[in-house]
Write a protein of this length. Structure first.
Lengths: 257, 236
């Protein structure tokens, strides 16, 4: 098993944590967190946070729209849910939780992937109807970021709750099925260019990719019916399958098929 | 094509079988895990999350927002909880609320007794706000309305008791505009003057420097988000 993509991916995930922590050292090149940030003067914005502020707060700032669109465009090219696989600090932690779960041999139940889209719908309708930005309030992404940047540790129990449920009840349930931001990026990912391709002739059906994939469902059409690309929407482009494949049947492609 | 299809179905069955073998034949351990531990864990996680979120932001004393904050209900939705205003504040006056703030979790708050707002002329917190939760059209620090200072405890206020304190007046960045000193005869000694500090709500920005500087252990002058109109006894 080669591990070509494992190292750059972990580096990216840890760099995000380092960036969020960097203002503590008095540096100013990064400010904010994954909801909104400045990186070397470049404004970055979470498109879902933008939508919630727009709907619930009835505020509109043009520069905020532009940065939210720019970020969406980047993820459109780079694979949408690649946010989940490469950037999101919650993903990093629940991946480690998943390792623990495997060791315990618990929590085999899985929830359908489509639930994340329902969750996105719920978050958006909640903010429209009640004015409560459900996802910004609950977001374990924000909670981790603020725990790092502002030592706001008490809300970390939300993350602990997620880890508890993921290790005991259902595998990666937050990231797979409940996170509204994951739901948002899965819609972007459906149309995005960067995908995992599948060469049926090379596949030996060893099942290694199924073992490492956090969203096994996306592999089924390829392994079962020989679809030339892994289902793009829910794939987090973590590329663990590419690393795991000794037959080199899985690769990275930049096209629709 | 037909052959390929059948082969495909067989493969799919193989895969489903491969993933399902772990569920076949349930041991007592697995049964307990499925029927006792999982609901318990769900209940624990759910009630913990609910306990924190089912309360309003004011409950945790989170009332005073940074300069330029829009109306509270809209602010709660407009603020994306990025913390850039707090990072931009040179005095670290802006803190990020934690779980105590309920639905206001992660929103910025000013606690004057810890660190008041010093009204930077360029209002860097408003510049830093990406979403418009802090209104960018506000550019004049004197137009800021974080709240209004109120002398809550007239019985303790040293100036009102006849002593020469007036620290709040002298510390006020809008001295003689937001806080004035109104002298009057001291009927208790019958030979001194009471130098009473009076807050003028139309000028007060609510920066909280007065609350921060009040020499009493529990400040007599406190910034209130909304002021309940109090009638003084002489108005009756």
């Amino acid at each position: 098993m080669s591990s070509r993509w494992w190292l750059p991916r972990r580096t990216a995930q840890l760099s995000v944590l380092a960036l969020i922590a960097s203002p503590l050292l008095g540096t100013t090149f990064f400010r904010g967190n994954l909801a909104a940030a400045d990186l070397f003067g470049l404004p970055l914005a979470d498109p879902l946070a933008f939508l919630q502020a727009l709907i619930g707060g009835r505020v509109f700032v043009l520069s905020y729209l532009v940065s939210a669109l720019a970020v969406t465009a980047c993820y459109f090219i780079l694979g949408g849910r690649s946010f989940c696989g490469w950037i999101c600090p919650v993903g990093l932690i629940t991946e480690l939780g998943d390792k623990l779960r495997r060791r315990l041999g618990s929590g085999e139940a899985t929830m359908p992937l489509v639930a994340s889209r329902w969750s996105l719908g719920l978050a958006l309708s909640a903010v429209a109807l009640t004015g409560v930005p459900l996802f910004e309030v609950l977001s374990p992404i924000g909670i981790i970021s603020r725990a790092i940047a502002f030592a706001s540790l008490m809300p970390l129990f939300v993350l602990a709750a997620i880890l508890l449920v993921e290790t005991v009840v259902s595998r990666r349930v937050w990231c797979r099925s409940l996170c509204p931001l994951g739901g948002f990026y899965s819609l972007v990912a459906r149309f995005s260019l960067l995908r995992v391709g599948f060469v049926e002739q090379r596949c030996s059906h060893c099942g290694d990719c199924l073992h490492v994939c956090p969203v096994q469902e996306v592999l089924a059409p390829s392994l079962g019916l020989g679809a030339p690309q892994i289902t793009a929407g829910d794939c987090s482009r973590c590329l663990a399958c590419v690393d795991s494949c000794s037959a080199k049947a899985l690769n990275i492609v930049l096209s629709y098929k | 094509m037909r052959g390929k299809g059948e082969k495909g179905v067989n493969r799919e069955q193989e895969i489903t079988m491969a993933t399902e073998t772990t569920n076949a034949g349930m041991s007592r351990r697995q049964f307990l895990r499925g029927s006792a531990v999982a609901p318990l864990a769900l209940m624990l996680a759910g009630s913990g999350v609910a306990a924190v979120y089912l309360r309003p932001a004011e409950a945790g004393g989170v009332t005073l927002r940074p300069p330029g904050a829009i109306a509270e209900k809209r602010f709660l939705a407009a603020c994306v909880r990025c913390g850039k205003c707090a990072q931009a504040c040179p005095y670290r006056s802006i803190k990020m609320a934690g779980g105590e703030a309920g639905v206001g979790i992660g929103t910025p708050v000013i606690v004057p007794r810890e660190m008041p707002c010093y009204l930077c002329p360029d209002l860097p917190c408003i510049t830093a706000c990406p979403s418009g939760a802090l209104d960018k059209s506000l550019q004049d620090p004197e137009k800021v309305r974080i709240g209004t200072a109120v002398i809550m405890d007239r019985e303790s206020c040293l100036s009102i008791r006849g002593l020469r304190c007036e620290v709040c007046h002298r510390q006020c960045p809008l001295i003689d505009k937001a806080i004035t000193i109104e002298p009057r005869h001291n009927p208790r000694t019958d030979e001194h003057t009471i130098m009473e500090p009076v807050v003028h709500s139309e000028k007060c920005v609510g920066c909280g420097i007065c609350e921060n500087s009040c020499v009493l252990p529990k400040p007599a002058i406190v910034v209130q988000k909304t002021v309940v109109i109090q009638r003084d006894s002489y108005e009756f």
